[in-house]
Write a protein that binds this ligand. Structure first.
Ligand code: DNO
Length: 360
């Protein structure tokens, strides 16, 4: 297991590389370029700059989260071929700088969705929450406004204002895209991308839908065991892989997260994992709890045990911390609670590893 930490770049993150460097066990940064419009080729000069910043701070840059997929690819428009060519070139450019994993998602229009970005918990910390009732009753345009108004001035990935300005138009374009069509469009994309990944030794790691169910009538195809199995079988290559996000998958109480880990990581299809806890609140509602098992609904010990059992040696990062100790910043991505998450996951791993070696 190689511990990493997500960083949004010098211009766009209050957390600094020097701070991240001091979290025990963090060796690598999970980064991205945020100023390249979706669909365009990532320029080598910008990748070089990011890589250099991270290495100067004493860490590695081997995971990119995310190179986003242009909606024309997901919709299946004729213009997709141009965007796929650009994506292939971005893969080559990233490979030139030693990138090993690209995390991406295939959710129509929106990236992850929450209805509250700063819900107060009994201990005075704040966290993100999801209320299905609100999503069912709100128009997506208003949802976009409320996310923008609630994010402390940061642009949430996937909720970029220029895309949100075209929401109505985008919804119209997706009108004919059901789950089968979206799935065919993913296959079309993967068939063209994976050979380039194989040549360049870069793994594509598809992130599950968050939440793992249809919202605003849009199709979702990365939600459970059957979906994940279907995806890895679309193109049977270790380069067609998954980001196993325990929180996103765990938001559906029917998903057995440790079993998913054993199956997919056990088949070498999980180069990257997001490990976090969530608390089920009934009726599809949930909130993001601290990483500690007893604070949420997922058993993080069992999760780490499953990774250990299959000999997992991929990249891991903690995910979505709460805001604690008066910290303000990008929702879900403060320093303190994620650093506590790293310490906890590292402690679990050390105990499991030493226990297993002693028993052998
Ligand atoms: C949320 C993240 C997602 C993730 C994308 C992957 O905090 O886990 O935004 O990066 O879905 O493309």
């Amino acid at each position: 297991m190689q511990m990493t930490f997500r960083w949004f770049g010098e211009e766009d993150d209050k957390v600094t590389l020097d701070q991240i460097r001091q979290i025990p066990n963090v060796k690598g940064i999970v980064g991205a370029l945020y100023d390249v419009p979706v669909g365009e080729v990532w320029p080598v000069e910008k990748i070089a700059r990011l890589k250099n910043q991270v290495e100067t701070a004493g860490m590695t840059l081997e995971v990119i989260e995310s190179v986003n997929i242009h909606d024309d690819i997901k919709i299946g428009l004729p213009s997709r071929d141009k965007y796929i060519e650009n994506y292939q070139q971005t893969i080559r450019n990233l490979a030139g700088f030693g990138i090993k994993v690209i995390c991406y998602n295939f959710m129509p229009i929106f990236d992850w969705v929450r209805t509250e970005l700063a819900r107060e918990l009994p201990d005075g910390s704040t966290t993100m929450g999801y209320d299905q009732f609100i999503v069912d009753g709100i128009d997506p345009v208003n949802m976009a406004k409320s996310v923008a108004g609630d994010s402390n001035g940061y642009v949430m990935p996937g909720w970029e204002p220029e895309r949100m300005a075209q929401l109505t138009d985008l919804f119209e374009k997706y009108a004919g895209v059901d789950e089968q069509k979206l799935s065919e469009n993913l296959r079309y994309f993967l068939e063209r991308i994976i050979p380039v990944c194989e040549e360049n030794d870069v793994k594509m790691a598809l992130h599950p839908d968050d939440p793992p169910r249809s919202i605003f009538g849009l199709p979702r195809i990365v939600t459970n065991f059957a979906d994940l199995k279907n995806i890895i079988e679309m193109v049977d290559s270790p380069y067609n892989a998954l980001t196993l996000c325990t929180g996103s998958l765990g938001e559906n109480p029917e998903n057995d997260v440790p079993a998913l880990i054993r199956y997919f990581a056990g088949r070498d299809r999980v180069p990257f994992a997001h490990v976090r806890n969530i608390k089920h609140l009934g009726n599809g509602n949930f909130e993001e709890s601290a990483h500690l098992s007893e604070m949420g609904s997922l058993d993080l010990y069992e999760i780490m045990q499953a990774f250990h059992e299959v000999g997992f040696d991929g990249y891991v990062r903690p995910d979505h911390g709460r805001m604690i100790w008066g910290e303000t910043g990008r929702p879900g991505y403060g320093l303190y609670d994620r650093a506590i998450g790293v310490a906890y996951l590292t402690g679990l791993w050390e105990a499991i590893d030493k226990g297993a070696k002693a028993a052998a």
